[in-house]
Write a protein that binds this ligand. Sequence first.
Ligand SMILES: Cc1cc2nc3c(=O)[nH]c(=O)nc-3n(C[C@H](O)[C@H](O)[C@H](O)COP(=O)(O)OP(=O)(O)OC[C@H]3O[C@@H](n4cnc5c(N)ncnc54)[C@H](O)[C@@H]3O)c2cc1C
Ligand SMILES: *[C@@H]1O[C@H](CO)[C@@H](O)[C@H](O)[C@H]1NC(C)=O
Ligand SMILES: *[C@@H]1O[C@H](CO)[C@@H](O)[C@H](O)[C@H]1NC(C)=O
Ligand SMILES: *[C@@H]1O[C@H](CO)[C@@H](O)[C@H](O)[C@H]1NC(C)=O
Ligand SMILES: *[C@@H]1O[C@H](CO)[C@@H](O)[C@H](O)[C@H]1NC(C)=O
Ligand SMILES: *[C@@H]1O[C@H](CO)[C@@H](O)[C@H](O)[C@H]1NC(C)=O
Ligand SMILES: *[C@@H]1O[C@H](CO)[C@@H](O)[C@H](O)[C@H]1NC(C)=O
Length: 549
Amino acid sequence: MGWSTTFPLSLTVVLLLRSPTVFSSSRDDDFTASLYADFLHCLENRTQSSSPDLSQLLYSQSNSSYAAALQSYARNRRFTSSSSVTASSKPLLILAPTHHSHVSAAVLCSRDLGLHLRTRSGGHDYEGVSYASQSNESFIVLDTFNFRSIDVDVAGESAWVESGAILGELYYRISEKSSVLGFPAGICPTVGVGGHFSGGGYGNMIRKFGLSVDHITDARIVDVEGRVLDRASMGEDLFWAIRGGGGASFGVILAYKVNLVSVPSTVTVFRVEKTLEQNATDLVYRWQHVAPATDNGLFMRLLLQPITSRTRKGEKTIRASVLAQFLGDADRLVSIMAGEFPELGLRKEDCMEMSWIESAVWWGFKNRTAREALLDRTPESLNFLKRKSDYVQVPITRPGLESLWAKMIELGKVGLVFNAYGGAMAEVPSSETPFPHRAGNLFKIQYSISWGQESPEMETNYLNQIRSLHSFMTPSVSKDPRRAYLNYRDLDIGVAQNGKDIYGNDSVYGVKYFVGNFERLVGVKTVVDPMNFFRNEQSIPTLPRKPSK
Ligand SMILES: Cc1cc2nc3c(=O)[nH]c(=O)nc-3n(C[C@H](O)[C@H](O)[C@H](O)COP(=O)(O)OP(=O)(O)OC[C@H]3O[C@@H](n4cnc5c(N)ncnc54)[C@H](O)[C@@H]3O)c2cc1C
Ligand SMILES: *[C@@H]1O[C@H](CO)[C@@H](O)[C@H](O)[C@H]1NC(C)=O
Ligand SMILES: *[C@@H]1O[C@H](CO)[C@@H](O)[C@H](O)[C@H]1NC(C)=O
Ligand SMILES: *[C@@H]1O[C@H](CO)[C@@H](O)[C@H](O)[C@H]1NC(C)=O
Ligand SMILES: *[C@@H]1O[C@H](CO)[C@@H](O)[C@H](O)[C@H]1NC(C)=O
Ligand SMILES: *[C@@H]1O[C@H](CO)[C@@H](O)[C@H](O)[C@H]1NC(C)=O
Ligand SMILES: *[C@@H]1O[C@H](CO)[C@@H](O)[C@H](O)[C@H]1NC(C)=O
């Protein structure tokens, strides 16, 4: 526990003795009340502002609105359900700052009081690490949802975006000012800028423009000393690290400045589905060759799902759905597909032409068409879920696909999403940003399982299913290391304790997420946060300190 040496020893001892996992009843309430008072007092002192305002922004577990505050941006029900939440897995305090000085104060006060701090923006972390802890550490959640301003500069083709903004808001604010500018980021509109940009960020323009991080030109971050830094004052190493290395290891990101990209006035989308009886195997086999190599303006996502066959009673089949976006019109798209991808059978009637902002709504919602839907911070549905990721570098053979179908049907519920790379992704050098999965990666697989009710039995079964499919795929995916996408957080691939994984091995997840960039990230981390204040289950570890004499 090297980090604890920087906290006042007496406070650390008090917190250990009075850890919320080991005491209960009225001592609990005393502890909560005194921690609340101490933290508030510290914030007031450090920001030199008065109590009624700040107390409105700070919640302890005994505030009646604590549960609502915790759940308002928790996007995986597995980490808020009654069976999974323990006293130590949820925050002792939640702070929703309204001013940057509150963030600086919160960092310093957390250190003063021996609390660990987790930052939450959109709360979409698949393992809930922004609001739920697996590490038995007393922590505060710093919730950035009040920081949501978006300043679009049309003439400069750029924007400053605060980290608590959601992607839908960014798209909407750009479209209010221009119909020919857009931004390449994720498909789900409720994802937060803070986690998404700091971890990479890809969406349906990935093949034309690369990742969100490829367009970041400046940032504001609060570091471990409570200083607000921009690109010039943080330096190029830290600025590099927070463009894909995950913000949570380095500080609290307040805002990013991005360059916007040009989008055509007409884009085309389509969804085409085929089952195995309709030769889906031919389609998927061919997709692997076409999707990563076709026109850079075309992004084709492939969804694979086991379903009950409509034509063969009582039998299961696989449904392959291609959802696509083309930065151009339908005639051109149909003609490209007729030449390159006849197995898709794309017809003009399958295509819908629309504006870029309308396409964001088409991708983001099952059942809504008004662009104002993009401003809605409440997701359409809230589920229990688990996700995993892989990268494919060599197309899977037909027999490989056929055995995959059999495995998916046997398991029953896990779905796969193939996201095509190539294009711009193959042109950016893999060390340009911490996100390393560039040239040589044909597509990324997302493993996906979701369910709608709380049931420990279901959870065990579904987690087993998704792990089993991941293990089954070993021969078909990247090796040494087997890669994974940080923003598809998966605690199965290793959990840090003092820079080591749970087996005491050097961080396995670090190499999987960052490949050759991991070492540089560790170096930056060691310089900017040497006592590892900013940490979570999978944060970047610091280099071991030289033994002192
Ligand atoms: C429904 C859904 C759809 C998705 N679709 C896509 C997609 O299309 N493309 C894609 O690339 N990804 C996608 N993702 C993954 C998503 O990009 C990541 O989960 C991302 O990290 C979420 O960011 P957030 O701010 O919403 O999450 P949070 O849970 O708030 O944060 C995630 C991580 O970032 C840290 N963090 C958050 N804010 C800050 C900050 N201001 N400063 C420092 N650290 C911070 C947190 O501590 C945590 O470690 C999707 C996820 C979901 C749930
Ligand atoms: C306020 O903070 C200063 C340091 O910034 C400290 O010296 C002082 O004791 C604090 N006062 C109170 C009342 O906590
Ligand atoms: C939480 O409770 C404290 C003590 O009752 C109160 O002063 C504070 O305003 C409450 N905070 C919020 C955000 O409701
Ligand atoms: C957290 O505490 C629980 C109960 O004391 C224990 O079972 C678990 O192993 C601990 N986890 C870690 C990561 O220390
Ligand atoms: C599937 O492929 C076979 C062989 O190429 C062909 O005869 C058949 O018509 C195709 N079926 C469909 C539904 O396209
Ligand atoms: C779609 O929207 C309509 C009207 O808003 C609603 O009645 C219907 O239930 C919705 N369907 C689904 C599947 O959500
Ligand atoms: C941990 O390291 C040991 C020794 O290098 C190795 O044998 C083992 O497979 C590693 N475990 C994991 C889970 O990586």
